[in-house]
Design a binder for this molecule. Structure first.
Ligand SMILES: C[SH](C)CC(=O)O
Length: 270
């Protein structure tokens, strides 16, 4: 009912994901920056799976909903949703997904470090793995298929990377769909060079701490400069930011396209 104010229709609720995700920090800041708190707007924490199933139901019944949304992610392929404009740039501007390592990795394992300076791809390529996993395929299988399908890119990623002869490497990540795709791909690539790779999913804060305390070697899940900015600040000097492995990511609030009169975060207060 476009005439009725949006807030009451959705209990003034923004449907979010895991509390530690940087996007949730952005959403919290949006509540105050856009004066949503005066109407008691609140941010609901849950998980990516819970949020996308709530989104699925809302879209099925053409109901209003406001979610924390990000690209690259299959939700923008699967559902007719749009980002809300963020004129105050609370969610930052251009966002990239970076590869970070523990401080000593370059010395201890120069070959893996060299690989990490070479690994990068784009959202379209990542989606080839993400969409298969969303359709139920095992991430390792989808990653192997990607490697088979992109020999030239794989050759570039692995050029000059010495064999591992069973040397152990540990990656930590947060189980967002984008990081499930990239971390499983990196595991398959390094295993093809004879490394013994373990990958461990965990909360965002714990992932950053695992690198800062040398409990893990590397992660390809660092959304910077804004999304995970507070973790990068908290652990400044205790990690190495190797490079962006994916450019042009984006986080924000998103709504179904049928919510025609809601196009900016500032429209939520009307
Ligand atoms: C949910 S985005 C994949 C990353 C983040 O919010 O920290």
């Amino acid at each position: 009912n476009p005439k009725q104010k949006l807030g009451p229709q959705i209990n003034y609720t923004i449907t979010g994901i895991d509390a530690g995700a940087g996007i949730m920090g952005g959403a919290q800041s949006a509540l105050s920056a856009y004066h949503l708190q005066k109407d008691n707007w609140q941010l609901q924490t849950s998980s990516t799976a819970a949020m996308t199933s709530t989104l699925d139901k809302a879209i099925k019944y053409k109901q209003p909903i406001v979610i924390t949304g990000w690209q690259p992610h299959w939700m923008f392929t699967k559902y007719p949703i749009k980002f809300l404009k963020d004129p105050k740039h609370v969610f930052g501007k251009a966002e990239n997904i970076h590869t970070i390592t523990r401080v000593g990795l370059k010395k201890d394992n120069p070959a893996v470090y060299k690989f990490l300076t070479q690994f990068h791809w784009n959202a379209t390529q990542m989606s080839q793995i993400m969409l298969k996993v969303n359709a139920g395929e095992a991430p390792s299988k989808a990653a192997k298929a990607y490697i088979q399908a992109h020999p030239a890119q794989v050759k570039q990623w692995l050029s000059g990377v010495k064999a591992g002869h069973g040397k152990a490497v540990k990656f930590t990540y947060v189980a967002w769909d984008s990081e499930i795709a990239s971390t499983n791909l990196v595991k398959q690539l390094l295993e093809s060079k004879g490394y013994k790779v373990t990958i461990q999913p965990m909360e965002a804060e714990t992932m950053w701490a695992s690198i800062a305390t040398n409990a893990a070697d590397a992660s390809v899940s660092a959304w910077l400069p804004t999304t995970s900015g507070r973790y990068a600040k908290q652990y400044k000097g205790q990690f190495v930011d190797v490079r962006a492995n994916l450019h042009g990511a984006k986080t924000g609030l998103a709504v179904p396209k049928y919510m025609k009169n809601i196009n900016s975060i500032s429209d939520l207060v009307n």
